[in-house]
Design a protein around this ligand. Structure first.
Ligand SMILES: Nc1ncnc2c1ncn2[C@@H]1O[C@H](COP(=O)(O)OP(=O)(O)OP(=O)(O)O)[C@@H](O)[C@H]1O
Ligand SMILES: [Mg+2]
Length: 313
């Protein structure tokens, strides 16, 4: 696999505090890499090191297969577009005037500027002053500014911060389109749901350390989806299952209602196939009718909870 970003033991200390520790980032070419972690876990610090805005305390950075050094960094940064923290742009100028500044500063063509504006679907807002933009429009203008030079890699730090659900959806769609167009996107968030489904790869940071990094599929394959058991006497079933031999210490046995039926269902986390077989046998022995046994669809929140239960966060 080709990695567009590869770091080796990348670290940053402030005083004697390690803020980023021994990070081996692997961002595959063509991926949407979701860089997740709670507030203060070191996402922005890492992205700033990749962009040469702050110096690492230790470790190395490779971009597009080349080590980032004093000699190479200008050239490499030319291939990276970024949006870090607040959206850029002069608020007293219009979108078009802001883009004209980018055009001049980076020596771009008007075609490149038009393409970037088109990509973020901001054509109709270009004659408005940026101070009258919604936060979502400001974020999209920021992304257009980052995109105009047609970078191979786009680094976006919390582009969904402060957006309403519709705004978040738009950014998700945009990231998907950019990825289809061949741009590798590294995008951070402290909220799991915002990256769910868009990211092809995930890196999860906790206290400056990577606690998980792989493709989204591998993450989902590495954990057991919750088991849903629909049966007669669900309360009795819950009691029996909570004390059944097949249920692990780390499992939770709860009553829940599912959309598939009005009756309550027993939901069991972290139950493997052998445990499932035992659980069904236990219920049947106690004359409880088992109507339906299935696995719940997993989402990123559940996986994150599992990871953190395993001592991550
Ligand atoms: N210049 C600095 N001097 C000292 N400490 C810093 C500095 N910059 C960041 N930190 C600390 O480093 C830690 C990581 O910060 P960082 O901004 O990278 O986290 P983050 O994951 O981006 O968080 P958020 O989700 O809030 O944006 C925090 O505890 C922060 O207080
Ligand atoms: Mg941050």
């Amino acid at each position: 696999m080709t990695y567009l970003v590869e770091t080796d033991q990348l670290s940053k200390n402030y005083g004697d505090r390690a803020v980023v520790e021994n990070l081996d980032l692997r961002v595959p070419a063509g991926s949407v890499y979701g860089f997740l972690g709670p507030n203060g876990s070191g996402k922005s610090t890492t992205m700033k090191m990749l962009l040469n805005l702050i110096q690492p305390s230790a470790g190395s950075i490779n971009i597009m297969g080349q080590p980032m050094t004093r000699g190479t960094r200008r050239g490499l940064l030319g291939h990276i577009g970024s949006l870090i923290e607040n959206p850029p742009g002069y608020s007293h100028l219009t979108g078009r005037e802001n883009m004209a500044i980018v055009e001049r500063l980076s020596d771009l063509s008007s075609l490149q500027i038009d393409r970037a504006i088109h990509a973020v679907k901001l054509e109709k807002q270009m004659d408005k002053k940026v101070k009258n933009y919604s936060l979502g429009m400001k974020q999209r203008l920021g992304i257009a500014m980052a995109l105009a030079k047609e970078p191979s890699l786009l680094i976006l730090d919390e582009p969904t911060n402060g957006l309403d659900p519709a705004g978040i959806d738009e950014i998700r769609g945009l990231l998907h389109d950019l990825s289809q167009a061949g741009v590798t996107v590294m995008v951070s968030s402290h909220l799991l749901g915002e990256i769910d489904k868009t990211a092809t790869h995930l890196g999860i940071l906790s206290n400056g350390r990577m606690i998980f990094q792989s493709s989204r599929e591998e993450l989902f394959a590495s954990t057991i989806p919750n088991l849903l058991v629909r049966c007669s006497q669900p309360r009795k079933a819950r009691e029996l299952l909570a004390h059944s031999a097949g249920v692990q210490h780390s499992s939770e046995v709860q009553l829940t209602s599912t959309e598939s039926g009005p009756a309550e269902t027993v939901r069991i986390s972290n139950m493997d196939d052998a445990g499932t077989a035992q659980a069904v046998a236990t219920l049947v022995r106690q004359d409880i009718d088992v109507f339906d046994v299935r696995r719940e669809e997993q989402n990123l929140e559940d996986l994150f909870r599992n990871l953190t239960h395993q001592g991550g966060l």
